[in-house]
Design a protein around this ligand. Sequence first.
Ligand code: CU
Ligand code: ZN
Length: 180
Amino acid sequence: MKSFTLSLIALLYLSVAAAAQTPEPKSAAPLKAIAVLHPTEGDKVSGTVTFTEEADGVRVQADISGLTPGKHGFHVHEFGDCSAADLASAGGHFNPTNKPHAGPDAAERHVGDMGNVEADASGAAKLDYVDHEISLANDQRSVVGRSVIVHAKADDLKSQPAGDSGARIACGVIGLAKSQ
Ligand code: CU
Ligand code: ZN
């Protein structure tokens, strides 16, 4: 009888321990973030940039208007601070791995190097690609809380430290978005 009681207690203990260890059901929805772009004084660039976790990277989708036709440098900058008139408050290109400036497909690049967006004759630009350096998770490469900046000129993908892409004309802070 004593051993039966002990077994019962052991069984109870085990089931309580198992219940405590059962992980909470994890949301299947991938992390998603968004930057809403605001213009600097004297231009009217606006748009959104979304970042969505996928199996092999983070999908970047930009929908921007009010640009001059042609290519415009497009980067994640270190700080989520769009407050300065010249957007210097956003800091340099987000570069947590201390690599040289390059394009999004280069083996070595700033994590923030997303290359260019290209506007059509009406000033609208769309971009959709999967980035393999950017992260939304809680790690060194996370772009959440940083900023997206659009430049006046094209990024040549090689000049240091920022691709010679000229003035900063629009900025948006990257924040978490509702995923679905
Ligand atoms: Cu930039
Ligand atoms: Zn760069």
